[in-house]
Design a binder for this molecule. Structure first.
Ligand SMILES: Nc1nc2c(ncn2[C@@H]2O[C@H](COP(=O)(O)OP(=O)(O)OP(=O)(O)O)[C@@H](O)[C@H]2O)c(=O)[nH]1
Ligand SMILES: [Mg+2]
Length: 484
């Protein structure tokens, strides 16, 4: 047995339908891996290399499940004493039997001395067939790890599996292929170091590549957020009209156009984040109760997200005249209390939030005749913080969404369900310094400060956002609204 390959390679094996392909999909962040509730989905072995900056740092091989493990074990025991590479000898002797096609596919990658990851569903009891499979893997002599992937949470036999696996595997880990976060993936790679010393250095370098790739994604997300803030607070739509009887209908159309433009800006931001985290195929389902289902200008969004009353007053003071409107503070005062007001006032202020007063409509007479109507930009100091909160919630959701999962599962610990109970965003938990850093950037963009000033405030804001994004990606905990 040799482990001379410079790229650490792990073949993922096990019983049919235990979640082998799911483990491969999540570890490689590849949502093209075929996963199905019907056993026998994978019929051929296939390599899934993980490439970072054009370099393959690690690879996993997906395989079909064992079909005739008893026959393999019997052969191993009868013929085993004559050979050092049992898998290779078995294939040479029995490989042409069509009944054994899945088993041959499974054993072929093992002949090259790769590591083995044996996947078992920890929510069912061990059977005699499982023990046979474990013994086959032990006899191959390849470095081995068992992954207990509990598919259901009601019943589990994890401790039983752990003690059975201890006899045949160099390492055992619980790894939920449908829930695993980035940190859990890294932890799994760390523990793979222990099963084969020869690959320790290569694995360390693979982990380093994963970590710097993750940091680079977060850096890119911080840039996407700064762009979102910039577009959000500068967006405006204008139209010249020469027939004044068209004024009202033109205003209405512009208002709609303005709102649609903002929705597109936000959607593009979310899509870019999703792409960075390699979710290309499936539409990631936002849980039904999540505040992200609400549109940008709805009551719940403005109730739940953004800064508290005290915070918005102090932040608006930093922004000052940056947004270029005298009404800022007065209207900011309405923005946080608006939905607790009642009757006519609430109606009026809600209309303000949703409509024309959120984005001011200005009308200018033109020298060439007619008027120019402009809707926007949005001058509400709370607005950029609502945009940030929504983007950060989206980021929290996609950055921790395991690639094996095409839709939300029923698991009570799922990220999706945790998010459903989110009661507030993130910005209200920032320190005053963090809010002010963001406010300085908002101010310089809104006031169209000189390029150097804008670049400097953006750099600072980006650095701060990056720290916040790291924190979110590390902890999956929902937050509750700050008191002040
Ligand atoms: N809830 C939950 N379901 C899982 C998990 N892992 C796998 N499944 C489901 O189990 C079924 C089988 O998953 P696969 O990853 O295709 O299993 P496999 O071992 O590759 O199956 P074969 O290729 O048929 O041998 C699919 O319906 C998966 O969605 C898990 O961690 N949690
Ligand atoms: Mg499969």
């Amino acid at each position: 047995m040799t482990t001379s390959s410079p790229i650490p390679t792990y073949t993922v094996v096990g019983h049919p339908n235990e979640g082998k392909s799911s483990v491969v999909a999540t570890l490689t962040e590849d949502d093209t891996v075929r996963i199905s509730p019907i056993p026998g989905e994978t019929t051929l072995s296939r390599e899934y290399p993980v490439q970072i900056d054009g370099r393959t740092v690690i690879q996993f091989v997906d395989t079909p499940g064992f079909q005739y493990p008893r026959r393999i074990l019997e052969w191993f025991r009868e013929e085993g004493s004559n050979t050092s590479n049992l898998a290779e000898a078995f294939i040479a002797s029995q490989g042409t039997d069509p009944d054994l096609s899945h088993d041959v596919q499974l054993l072929t990658p093992l002949t090259h001395g790769c590591g083995i990851i044996y996947v078992i569903d920890g929510s069912r009891p061990i059977s005699s067939t499982d023990r046979i499979e474990m013994e086959i893997l032990r006899l191959t002599g390849n470095p081995r790890m068992a992954i207990i992937n509990p598919k259901e949470f009601q019943e589990n036999y994890i401790s039983q599996w752990k003690s059975a696996c201890a006899k045949a595997f160099n390492s055992i880990r619980i790894f939920d292929a449908h829930q695993a976060t980035y940190s859990e993936r890294i932890a799994l790679l760390e523990s793979l170091k222990g099963i084969n010393q020869d690959w320790e250095a290569a694995l360390a370098s693979a982990i380093e590549a994963f970590e710097s790739d993750w940091a680079s994604r977060i850096h890119q997300v911080s840039g996407i957020l700064c762009e979102l803030i910039r577009s959000g607070i500068t967006q405006a739509e204008s139209k010249s009209i020469f027939n004044l009887s068209e004024e009202e209908s033109a205003k209405e159309k512009l208002q709609k156009k303005y709102e649609n433009a903002l929705h597109s800006v936000e959607k593009e931001c979310h899509q870019s984040i999703r792409k960075l985290f390699k979710h290309n195929i499936f539409n990631i389902d936002i849980p039904p109760q999540s505040v992200l289902h609400d549109e940008l200008f709805t009551e719940r969004t403005w109730q739940v997200l953004g800064l508290s009353k005290k915070q918005i007053v102090s932040t608006a003071a930093v922004i000052g005249g940056g947004l270029g409107v005298k009404i800022d503070l007065a209207l900011a005062g309405l923005s946080f209390g608006v939905f607790t007001l009642s009757g006519a006032i609430a109606g009026a202020t809600t209309a303000w939030l949703r409509g024309e007063k959120l984005a001011r409509t200005t009308i200018k007479k033109q020298k060439i005749g007619g008027i120019k109507i402009t809707v926007g930009p949005n001058t509400n100091p709370q607005f950029p913080f609502i945009l940030i909160d929504r983007a950060m919630l989206y980021f929290q959701h996609v950055s921790n969404w395991a690639h094996a999962r095409s839709k939300p599962t029923s698991s009570t610990t799922s990220t999706a369900l945790q998010l459903a109970s989110v009661e507030s965003g993130f910005t209200s938990h920032w320190s005053k310094q963090q809010r002010d850093t963001c406010a300085q950037y908002i101010k310089s963009v809104a006031a169209d400060a000189p390029y150097e000033k804008q670049a400097e405030t953006e750099r600072e804001c980006r650095k701060m956002l990056e720290e916040m994004l790291f924190e979110i990606s590390k902890s999956n905990e929902p937050t509750s609204k700050a008191a002040n």
